[in-house]
Ligand binder design. Structure first.
Ligand code: BG6
Length: 508
């Protein structure tokens, strides 16, 4: 096969700009499971430029040949590519490896020579993006090294961009410090802070659903909505990530990033356009409108939990404290539920209940908008509990779709009401395309569209929301852990929090 013509199965959209992708931490899981398969999927959709090269940069003692093999293998394993695959070979041909230390000036000098050499060989036009798939402690130092050696300089019409993985800081102060550090080297427009939730089709669809349909927006406010419930439930435990998780916990791991993205997309005002900054301005406003909790409010509006042993489905699961690399007396939370209030005209007094946890009974990420009840009881013989409130649920994963529940007359001589649901499933309408969720994000970085990436102010606003909770929880370590059994919906305190408001979590 000629070097300039990978095999593409279908045509779609504009091809990304020619460029080199440098992956720091290229020997890790993220590269194998997500990044390389995503590049393959982009290639299949004819979105990857022909003038393209990958440089893997990692400390591991592997040869370039071994890295090329890794490229082929991970695409086969995680993107389901066939054994004989021209595109896999093409990507492997365009992949290079540098064994380097993230702190060594000399290694960055070698990287610079490699970039120049590949620019000439693959005609990439000086465009380079760096993917920081490293431990978070290296984000600042790597950016600094890149800047010092002149690898971030944009001149002669070419671009240089940096994608930074999460976690972006571990609290408000560290996030601010990291922003300051990287903004000393890069312009905001060069920084792409990734949140993989924004790569999910269903998350992107929240905006389309809200703003391209005339019928929902008029009722999308405090007059009609009783409350919003956002659930990100996982059946898995901490798997092999006990070391990281012990320091992070569910609050840091999921709330300031993934869950608050869902909150901001659900609650934001319509942007004036789909320009990156127009969308992000509106998201940022919502995040800033979330009332910071007073320390005493944390006690009633924030619940933490840790799973003990139990059954998830038919499988026995060990408790968090028994997981590898976890302290036997750990106080780290694996579940968190918060009641947030968005203090603006649209949402005043409409609680946003959010929860996320590991070892829940089922994997489910959803946003449920519960509407107010009909204003008076026309159906006097039907008890209030049986009048099902209208709930609009955006199912983010795994069964992507949207459903609306409402009351209907049960056929028969008497007027009796039953709750029914109207369901839309993505797969039924659009089929399913193999996707890792990183395709769109990598592609957007290659075309310079930062809409789906977090801006500095958004990251800081997100940390601002959770900071009071982090502070109170640090001062008052949990005393009742473990407080929920693996396979249950979390601690009783989370149910009580809603019960006090006369509401209940959804469990379907
Ligand atoms: C990651 C968290 O960012 O998101 C993990 O660190 C979590 O703890 C994961 O499991 C969830 O992502 P997804 O796409 O499986 O919902």
């Amino acid at each position: 096969m000629s070097e300039e013509k990978p095999v593409f199965e279908q045509e779609s959209g504009r091809m990304a700009d020619r460029c080199i992708m440098v992956i720091f931490g290229a020997s890790g899981d993220l590269t194998a499971r997500k990044l390389l398969p995503a590049l393959y999927n982009l290639g299949r959709n004819n979105l990857l430029p022909r003038e393209f090269a990958i440089i893997g940069f990692a400390k591991d003692d592997i040869t370039e040949e071994q890295f090329k093999e890794k490229v082929r293998n991970s695409i086969r394993e995680y993107a389901g590519a066939p054994a004989n695959c021209d595109l896999c070979d093409w990507l492997a041909d365009h992949a290079y490896f540098l064994n380097g230390d993230f702190g060594a000036v000399d290694d960055f000098a070698r990287l610079k020579s490699k970039v120049e050499e590949l620019e000439a060989r693959h005609h990439t036009g000086g465009n380079v993006f760096y993917y920081l798939a490293t431990a978070p402690g290296f984000f600042g130092p790597v950016v600094k090294q890149l800047g010092e050696i002149g690898l971030t300089e944009e001149k002669d019409g070419h671009w240089r961009r940096v994608i930074i993985e999460k976690p972006f800081g571990s609290d408000l102060n560290s996030a601010k410090a990291l922003n300051q550090e990287i903004l000393g080297v890069l312009k905001e427009s060069q920084i792409y802070r990734i949140d993989h939730y924004l790569g999910k089709e269903t998350v992107q669809n929240i905006l389309v659903f809200r703003f391209s349909n005339g019928i929902f927006e008029p009722v999308w406010n405090r007059r009609y909505i009783d409350h919003v419930q956002i659930t990100v439930a996982e059946t898995v435990g901490v798997e092999k990530r006990g070391g990281y998780y012990e320091r992070a916990g569910a609050l840091r791991d999921m709330i300031p990033n993934h869950v608050l993205q869902l909150v901001s997309l659900t609650a934001m005002e319509p942007p004036i356009s789909f320009d990156a900054d127009a969308v992000r301005d509106e998201q940022s406003k919502v995040l800033h409108a979330i009332q910071p909790m007073m320390p005493e409010e944390v006690l009633t509006r924030a619940v933490r939990g840790q799973y003990g042993e139990g059954m998830v489905g038919t499988e026995h699961a060990i408790g968090y404290r028994q997981e590898p690399m976890v302290d036997a007396h750990s106080n780290t939370e694996t579940f968190v539920a918060l009641k947030l209030l968005v203090d603006n005209w649209r949402w005043a007094d409409v609680p946003f209940y959010i929860r996320t946890g590991k070892r829940m009974p089922k994997r489910s990420t959803e946003i449920a908008i519960q509407f107010r009840r009909a204003p008076f009881r026309l159906f006097r013989d039907t008890s209030v509990e049986k009048l099902t409130p209208n709930v609009l649920v955006m199912h983010i994963q795994p069964d992507e779709g949207i459903s609306l529940s409402f009351g209907a007359k049960i056929p028969g001589a008497h007027v009796r009401l039953g709750g029914v649901t109207m369901d839309f499933h993505y797969a039924d309408y659009f089929g399913t395309e193999p996707s890792t969720g990183y395709e769109r994000l990598l592609y957007d970085c290659m075309i310079g569209d930062a809409t789906l990436f977090q801006r500095a102010d958004m990251v800081e606003a997100g940390w601002g929301v959770v900071e009071p909770v982090l502070d109170v929880w640090k001062a008052l370590p949990a005393r009742s852990f473990p407080n929920y059994a693996a396979g249950s919906w979390g601690p009783k305190d989370a149910d009580d929090m809603l019960k006090r408001d006369g509401r209940a979590w959804r469990t379907e």
